[in-house]
Design a protein around this ligand. Structure first.
Ligand SMILES: *[C@@H]1O[C@H](CO)[C@@H](O)[C@H](O)[C@H]1NC(C)=O
Ligand SMILES: *[C@@H]1O[C@H](CO)[C@@H](O)[C@H](O)[C@H]1NC(C)=O
Length: 464
């Protein structure tokens, strides 16, 4: 009798013990378990509400620690320009994201959320981030290794704000520049787009050979992100070099090859810099910079305008005169050795950037004719795509497509003044008139102003 009783109690205690162990052991949190076993275990535990929450992504504007906890949300994003505060520091970003994460980790199952951002050309929603050239320019560089390095640099700047997920790269193959998202595309040729997907290993970093893909999405051991220090990687503006240099495409250089205008001499008596895009970081960066559609002016981003880069580059004895839109008499009487005209498109992105005429921003055409009418001029286009230029081409001495170079305007000056040579090649067909569009390389009817792949080269000037 006693023995039976002891046996009974033994069973009971063992049962309780097993229950305690079971409560403590969560298979899905065990990194030693195979990934599919962990997913199966987690899914079995989840309620319908939890599953719905995990499949939802909300903008940070409606997110909070409480909301994350209450609705079991799987993900939060910053839409274009959705920032915790104007000119927010990295620490402000990290504090915000850690707050959301705390809410997620305090839920019953403790599934961490993932935070995503449109870091399309650098961590472009974030003040002080390095803004790299948009994809259209990177396509012109034809340099997958460069793009990979930009991906790695972008990843560092994204992680410095506590974020591990970017909605990039865009691998659209834009076949019609009238589309407002055309600059997000590396090329009209899918082979160039394919080659540029090398940015993906740059963004991801090297994945360890023994890693289980997909683990971050269900890993219960996800720690808070606070151990990333809020370093700003401004050092990259020397360290990474200036990718802009490789994105510039030289379309015209003097009337003949033996009389090139570029590279420009650094030493001259007096030079003129003109145009709506000479001193405008917002235009230089284009859309998806600080806000969704981008901005105009120099107050929203840290960087170097092309005007200040020109001033930094010329000989200290060279007088640099800047007029946004000089009248013809001012140009005629100015005795300028040469002029640099920077014109192009305003900042835009999807929808608002759709354009049927593809003209440059007014008064760009007048600036070109007023300046180039009486002084040797180099015109630099700051645009997300080929634009109407044929009507002015005969008055322009040298023409450069600089695309949307980003915050590092020095890269443009480096090449204009011959510290580096021009090497970029068109990754898009340059049309004569918009009624030719769409027109892409390989089309039966192909009569471009500058064909796909075109780009003159120059050699770096020897330092004197
Ligand atoms: C930009 O900031 C400067 C200095 O704070 C200010 O003087 C200027 O008015 C601002 N410009 C614009 C367009 O907001
Ligand atoms: C060209 O189209 C844009 C966008 O649709 C418009 O804002 C602009 O005024 C047009 N320019 C001309 C010269 O018609």
């Amino acid at each position: 009798m006693a023995r039976i009783s002891l046996f009974f109690w033994g069973i009971l205690i063992m049962g309780c013990w097993a229950a305690i162990v079971e409560a403590e052991y969560m298979k899905y949190k065990d990194p030693k378990q195979p990934i599919y076993a962990r997913i199966k275990d987690l899914m079995k535990r989840m309620t319908l509400e939890e599953k719905i929450g995990q499949m939802s992504q909300i903008d940070r504007i409606v997110a909070s620690e409480e909301v994350m906890k209450k609705y079991f949300l799987g993900s939060v994003l910053s839409g274009g320009g959705s920032v915790p505060a104007e000119k927010a520091s990295a620490q402000t970003w990290i504090d915000m994201i850690n707050g959301f994460q705390k809410g997620s980790l305090s839920t019953r199952l403790g599934i961490p959320m993932i935070y995503g951002i449109d870091a399309l050309h650098g961590n472009n929603n974030v003040y002080k981030a390095t803004i790299f050239p948009h994809n259209v320019g990177l396509g012109a560089s034809r340099d997958p290794e460069l793009v990979k390095r930009i991906g790695a640099a972008t990843a560092l700047e994204v992680r410095a704000t506590g974020i591990r997920y970017t909605f990039a790269p865009c691998i659209a193959v834009c076949r019609d520049p009238r589309w407002g998202r055309c600059y997000e595309s590396y090329s009209e040729d899918h082979r160039i787009v394919q080659a540029m997907t090398e940015i993906i290993p740059g963004l991801q970093g090297e994945i360890p050979a023994n890693s289980q893909k997909g683990v971050p999405f269900v890993d219960g051991k996800f720690e808070l992100i606070s151990n990333y220090s809020p370093i700003w990687l401004l050092v990259m503006r020397d360290g990474l070099g200036r990718p802009v240099r490789k994105t510039l495409v030289l379309l015209k250089n003097g009337e003949s090859a033996d009389k090139p205008l570029l590279p420009l001499p650094k030493k001259a008596k007096k030079i003129l810099v003109a145009g709506s895009h000479a001193d405008n970081l917002g235009y230089q960066c284009g859309g998806w910079t600080t806000t969704w559609q981008g901005l105009s002016g120099n107050n929203h981003t840290i960087g170097t305008t092309i005007l200040s880069a020109i001033k930094n580059t010329v000989d200290p004895t060279t007088e640099v005169v800047y007029r946004e839109n000089p009248d013809p008499n001012f140009v005629k009487s100015g005795e300028f050795s040469y002029a640099i005209v920077l014109v192009g498109e305003p900042a835009y992105s999807e929808t608002f950037g759709d354009s049927l005429n593809l003209t440059i921003l007014e008064p760009g055409p007048a600036t070109i004719t007023n300046v180039c009418g009486s002084v040797k001029c180099a015109v630099v286009l700051i645009t997300g795509r080929p634009v109407v230029i044929q009507p002015y081409l005969s008055t322009i001495d040298a023409l450069v497509a600089a695309w949307l170079p980003g915050t590092e305007g020095q890269g443009v000056a480096d090449v204009l003044f011959g510290d580096y040579g021009f090497t970029g090649k068109l990754s898009r067909t340059w049309f004569k008139t918009v009624d030719q569009l769409p027109m892409n390389v390989g089309d039966k009817y192909y009569d471009p102003l500058f064909p796909f792949g075109f780009g003159l080269t120059t050699k770096p000037t020897k330092a004197t």
